[in-house]
Design a protein around this ligand. Structure first.
Ligand code: GAP
Length: 514
């Protein structure tokens, strides 16, 4: 685990050093949980968004996109339940003056019992060697059983308190478990309070006062309130979907793990409107389609798993997360929810407008049911970055850091390098750049030794390096070096475009989705 933490620290440092992600407002000592994307980060991010957008809108003729405003009428957030229930329970330590999420403190405590169990198992496995029967050990070892009993009891008490929204009980659990503040080391806790995660601001300035509006905490509501506009103007028939990519804002109390939990982030959401009664069929279908989208990137099938929700929100009748193996464990990257007709019905009630769909085949009107797929761009970015990063020891004793990014997502597709800065090689290299740059993000690099230039491109994940040498001037061939294998082949300049296109175009990725 400690080793994984080290790797994660290196990835964060690498993201900064190579222009992927910077701390926001860094010269003012930063703004917590807010990040900026640099020159390479923005390209990788745009490519991820393009992959998602094209997979939704090109491959499904019944899915269209929209781009709704971040500000919306405040009653939308009343209708959706966010004003009353989009809360985290928080607690302060009076000595350190630090604020924590009470649920996170308790979940960390549950994880400590889990750690203790795992340590006992690891110790025993070492002691007994090959003859070790882990299942038997877990069922019979008194210390393991004791930790398990404590963990299960705590888990039950915590779930009950959360479900009952019992804040006094959450505080009591923290006291009973003897949980201390990681900064002050004391148990001097305040009561637990609910904290709404939406950012508020004021709009307009009239004599009657301005209006309180919210920065949207999800993009989905912009889709719900536009569903009938799109259906009517696009003459859509059920089932159909609306996709949107955009910023969302949450005043997260505990912001951890770099860009995993941010206060300003981006979502890619799609609401799929279906006939009542058909929602579970479509939920199953979207579960499969979304995992296929992830796996097509080739980051490793074993790094994904579904986490089906046992406890469902009152408006959902099925929900699952797609989790990805980050250096800090399996974590949610995407949520797929069958949200019934809750949101649309609420908007009908709060707006007083009829937003039913008329189904010409059934000759009746109803409020459609909705399957939602919701993925965080930044979390997707983090999963791609983490699984691509490798420190490689080379045969010649040197080391290189390489990002094995999916080629279609790489910020730079190819770098063109004259071997030396004379004899007309730079001009020839520029000529090649001027051919390729219309279709591919192409770098020209003539500084430093060729080895150093290759390393720089490896570090940002450029799939191809093209080297122009003296032979190029004679026979119009160059060396094409591949990032992952480092293999170099001699190819004709006229063939470059096709060779690169076949590997780096999004089309090749989209084709895998069928
Ligand atoms: N409309 C449904 C919805 O917003 P969610 O599970 O709260 O559901 C969906 O969020 C996705 O948005 C998550 O799976 C995650 O990828 C991303 N996300 C949520 N909160 C985030 C945060 N604070 N920072 C970065 N990404 C976040």
């Amino acid at each position: 685990m400690a080793q994984q933490e080290d790797v994660f620290k290196k990835i964060v440092a690498h993201a900064k050093e190579y222009g992927f992600v910077f701390q926001s407002s860094e010269i003012y000592d930063g703004l917590a949980a807010v990040y900026d994307y640099g020159q390479n980060g923005v390209e990788l991010k745009n490519n991820i968004k393009r992959y998602w957008w094209d997979a939704m809108t090109l491959l499904h003729e019944n899915i269209v996109g929209i781009d709704s405003a971040i500000f919306m009428h405040p009653t939308i957030w009343k209708a959706s339940g966010h004003v009353d229930a989009f809360n985290d329970p928080l607690i302060d330590n009076r000595d350190s003056k630090k604020r924590y999420r009470a649920d996170v403190l308790i979940e960390d405590q549950i994880a400590k019992y889990e750690d203790k169990i795992n340590k006992e198992v690891a110790k025993a496995a070492k002691r007994f060697g090959e003859s070790f029967d882990e299942a038997m050990f877990r069922q019979t070892n008194p210390r393991v059983l004791e930790h398990q009993a404590k963990r299960d009891a705590l888990h039950q008490r915590y779930s009950d308190a959360m479900n009952a929204n019992d804040l006094a009980e959450l505080k009591q659990i923290i006291v009973d478990e003897g949980i201390v503040c990681p900064i002050s080391g004391t148990k001097n806790w305040t009561d637990v309070r609910q904290f709404n995660l939406m950012f508020k601001t004021e709009m307009g300035s009239t004599a009657d006062g301005s209006m309180t509006v919210y920065l949207r905490p999800e993009t989905a509501q912009g889709i719900f309130v536009n569903y009938l506009n799109v259906q009517k103007t696009g003459r859509m028939r059920l089932p159909f979907g609306i996709a949107q990519i955009g910023k969302a804002f949450r005043n997260e109390i505990v912001a951890r793990q770099f860009i995993f939990r941010m206060r300003e982030f981006e979502q890619m959401e799609m609401q799929f409107f279906v006939r009542p009664g058909e929602e579970l069929k479509w939920f199953k279908q979207w579960k499969e389609w979304r995992l296929k989208w992830h796996k097509a990137l080739g980051l490793g099938d074993q790094k994904y798993r579904y986490h089906d929700h046992e406890k469902l929100a009152h408006y959902a009748n099925a929900a699952t997360d797609i989790e990805f193996l980050m250096p800090f464990g399996f974590k949610e990257v995407e949520g797929i929810h069958s949200r019934t007709n809750f949101d649309l019905s609420q908007h009908e009630k709060f707006s007083g407008k009829n937003i039913k769909y008329f189904d010409p085949e059934l000759n009746e009107s109803y409020v459609p049911y909705v399957i939602e797929t919701s993925i965080g761009v930044d979390r997707m970015f983090l999963s791609v970055l983490c699984s691509s990063y490798e420190e490689q020891a080379l045969e010649n004793g040197e080391k290189r850091v390489v990002l094995h990014l999916p080629e279609a997502l790489a910020p730079v597709k190819c770098a063109v390098m004259p071997l030396v800065r004379k004899d007309g090689l730079p001009d020839k290299a520029r000529e090649i750049v001027n051919e390729l740059k219309f279709d591919f993000a192409t770098h020209y690099d003539e500084k430093d030794s060729i080895g150093k230039r290759y390393r720089r491109q490896d570090a940002i994940g450029t799939p191809f390096c093209i080297t122009v040498d003296h032979q190029t001037l004679d026979d119009n061939t160059v060396t094409l070096r591949e990032r992952d294998s480092m293999e170099q082949t001699r190819v004709n300049v006229a063939d470059l475009h096709k060779l690169i296109h076949d590997r780096v175009s999004l089309t090749s990725l989209l084709r895998k989705l069928g």
